[in-house]
Design a binder for this molecule. Structure first.
Ligand SMILES: Cc1ncc(COP(=O)(O)O)c(C=O)c1O
Length: 447
């Protein structure tokens, strides 16, 4: 876990975009390490859109996706709940003042010590999908409010999860519900996860219908207070994606199978909230022109660019999350795009960000921008070979800030107002005189 202990939010006035900010930082001439620009407004806009499209479904943000404390705090301030998968994630979320009732311990295979911790801090809701887990919960937390996780996979997904978690709704779930009843454990609901980055929307309808069948069965077995449907994650997060279509499928399925309002519906979106809010800037520090013969014997030339972040850092998402990242020059160029590859800074041959792409000719010192880099990047990144994990510069529009700063746990007492120049690193001081102030700078110490 890489929780950023103290974060600064720069409040922006007037027109701006993450790209403008990256250009401003780079123009200061002292920035050498890769860095993220995080737009808090994107998170707020996505929260609003969720609420508008699926008013019945409460989002419980999946902390594993990006545990940046500012992101978590902002979502807490907006009213989200949280899906935590470990003791440390529960610690993080409760440390900012989130009540344990707003947390679901959504890991079907938990360590005993983590169950004991959840019990001690009052996180009662947790998932299970096996007999062993039921026995463990019986031993360490017999008062837990259990949610059975079933398997229902999308036709295809960026990261399928059914291969690891979720019992079969027909052949396994009835036996587990019966066992829970015999053990005197309370099952309050059913959950599923269709796969992260799911490319099919109809799967939510299939899964909700399975949940309905298990509600009927579970209530018949004595789980009289079954009242929670947890539709998991799987929602798209990229800038050009939208949840309109999937929301229509989900709303219709809920209306058909759970028309009664006494049933609470939650979801565990991760990627949806995190991806688009973070833009990564990385610098080209070396290049090499190579020529190789293709199968027809033609000589193929291309340029290898080496940048200061790679698959051991932010671009671990290329390996683990199967993400397809796209590089964009910081400044548009009229020069012809040429075949090239983009490599990370470590000595490992595996450290390849883009094996084959096209970019206008770049020099050492030029910057590349990668959008939609907020999901499954920062918490997984390492400093292997001594290359630092990029820091996050958070930004918020002035209009939004005036609202956000009043929301707990983002209180106005945590903000300090200064000058826009603080966008630049503190030392060494920039040579150029300060540009005319067109924004107010705010420091937000999130303890
Ligand atoms: C249990 C659980 N819930 C939610 C998520 C978040 O999924 P997504 O980022 O696809 O929304 C994951 C991702 O692995 C998960 O394992």
């Amino acid at each position: 876990m890489k929780v950023v202990d103290e974060e600064r939010v720069t409040v922006m006035e007037g027109e701006w975009s993450p790209l403008d900010v990256i250009r401003e930082v780079v123009a200061g001439g002292v920035q050498e390490d890769p860095f993220y620009v995080m737009d808090l407004g994107e998170v707020v806009a996505r929260y609003r859109r969720w609420k508008e499209l699926m008013p019945r479904v409460e989002p419980f943000y999946a902390v594993k996706c990006n545990d940046d404390k500012l992101l978590v705090t902002t979502l807490a301030a907006l009213g989200a709940g949280f899906d935590c998968a470990s003791k440390a994630e529960i610690e993080l979320v409760t440390s900012i003042g989130v009540e344990p009732q707003r947390i679901i311990f959504a890991n079907p295979a938990k360590m005993a010590s983590h169950i004991r911790y959840a019990s001690a801090v009052g996180v009662d809701a947790m998932t299970f999908d096996s007999e062993t887990e039921l026995m463990k919960i019986k031993q360490y937390m017999p008062h837990a409010q259990l949610v059975i996780r079933i398997r229902c996979d999308a036709e295809s997904a960026q990261c399928p999860l059914g291969i690891k978690f979720g019992c079969d709704a027909v052949t396994e779930a009835p036996r587990l519900l019966k066992l829970a009843a015999v053990l005197g454990l309370e099952v309050i609901g059913v959950s599923f996860h269709v796969g992260s980055g799911a490319s099919e929307t109809g799967v939510y309808a299939r899964a909700v219908s399975l949940c309905r069948a298990l509600f009927t069965l579970g209530r018949g077995l004595g789980h009289a207070r079954m009242r929670l449907v947890d539709i998991g994650g799987g929602f798209p997060g990229a800038t050009d994606s939208d949840i309109f279509e999937v929301s229509q499928v989900i709303n219709a399925a809920l209306e058909e199978h759970f028309p009664e309002r006494g049933v609470r519906v939650i979801a565990e979106p991760g990627r949806y909230f995190a991806a688009a809010a973070y833009t990564l800037a990385a610098c080209v520090h070396a290049k090499r022109d190579v020529a190789a013969k293709d199968p027809e014997g033609e000589v193929d030339t291309h340029t290898m660019y080496f940048i200061n972040d790679g698959v051991y850092g932010s671009f671990n998402c290329v390996l683990y999350d199967h993400q397809q990242v796209a590089a964009e020059p910081l400044y548009p160029s009229s020069e012809k795009e040429l075949p090239c590859s983009v490599w990370g800074p470590t000595c490992d041959g595996l450290d390849c960000v883009l094996p084959s792409t096209r970019l206008p000719p770049l020099r050492a010192g030029d910057w590349l921008v990668f959008r939609d880099m907020g999901a499954y990047t920062i918490p997984v990144a390492s400093s292997f070979n001594g290359f630092p994990v990029p820091k996050v510069r958070a930004l918020v529009d002035a209009h939004l800030w005036s609202v956000l700063k009043e929301l707990h746990p983002l209180t106005s007492a945590q903000f300090v107002v200064g000058e826009r120049m603080s966008l630049l690193p503190p030392s060494p001081p920039p040579a150029a005189p300060a540009p005319p102030a067109r924004a107010v700078f705010v420091e937000c110490a999130l303890k």
